[in-house]
Design a protein around this ligand. Structure first.
Ligand code: FNR
Length: 184
């Protein structure tokens, strides 16, 4: 099983990238995680539909090769970052050639604030529902970023966070297994 992960932040020292590292390190044997990068995508507009740039074709190809997708995103202005929304746009066009439909997915994120990306996650769930993705309902996980909780290497140093992330990972793998996309 191959699960792609999309980090919604373009920042070099992104705490969400660190969370992605921590989570993917908890994957069981036989499950491979790979990053579906959004950092090279230009801003989408429909003029590109006639001739998608290489970065966008690569992005769609990468999404299509995944058995499931994990979104790890910060919250910007109580929603998802523009960079992530832009990537979703690229993957949803040209009309009739979207790569999202039927793909099992999960959503998680971290922010220093007490709400831990809850509102961004709700917005993202709404978008993924429209795209007909099979998004895992539970567990939800709103990770409040605390100093020293996750090392730069991705090692989880907060003993209370570790079982939360392990439980999320186990549920994600089971969700992707159960909801594998149907290929004809
Ligand atoms: C933020 N941040 C933020 N945090 C939050 O909990 N709710 C919010 O609505 C916002 N809004 C917001 C807007 C913008 C433009 C920025 C740059 C930041 C703070 C945010 O959680 C913090 O910068 C995180 O470190 C972002 O995650 P990454 O990029 O480090 O993964």
């Amino acid at each position: 099983m191959r699960i792609g992960y999309i980090v919604g932040s373009l920042a070099q020292n992104s705490i969400n990238r660190r969370l992605a590292k921590a989570l993917t390190a908890l994957a069981p044997e036989g499950v491979e995680f790979f990053e579906v990068s959004i950092s090279d995508l230009p801003l989408y507009n429909s003029d590109f539909d006639a001739d998608y740039p290489a970065a966008a074709l690569d992005f769609k190809e990468s999404v299509s090769s995944a058995d499931g997708l994990l979104f790890v995103t910060p919250e910007y202005s109580r929603s998802i970052p523009a960079a992530l929304k832009n990537a979703i746009e690229w993957g949803s066009r040209p009309w009739g050639q979207a790569v999202w439909g039927g793909v099992p997915a999960a959503v998680i994120g971290t922010s220093p604030g007490g709400t831990g990306t809850a509102m961004a996650q709700q917005h993202l769930r709404n978008i993924l529902a429209h795209l007909d993705m099979k998004t895992m309902g539970q567990p939800e996980s709103f990770v409040q970023a605390r100093e020293g909780a996750i090392a730069e290497t991705g090692e989880v140093q907060d003993a209370t966070l570790l079982p939360v992330l392990q439980g999320f990972m186990d549920a994600l793998v089971a969700h992707v297994e159960t909801n594998a996309r149907v290929t004809v």
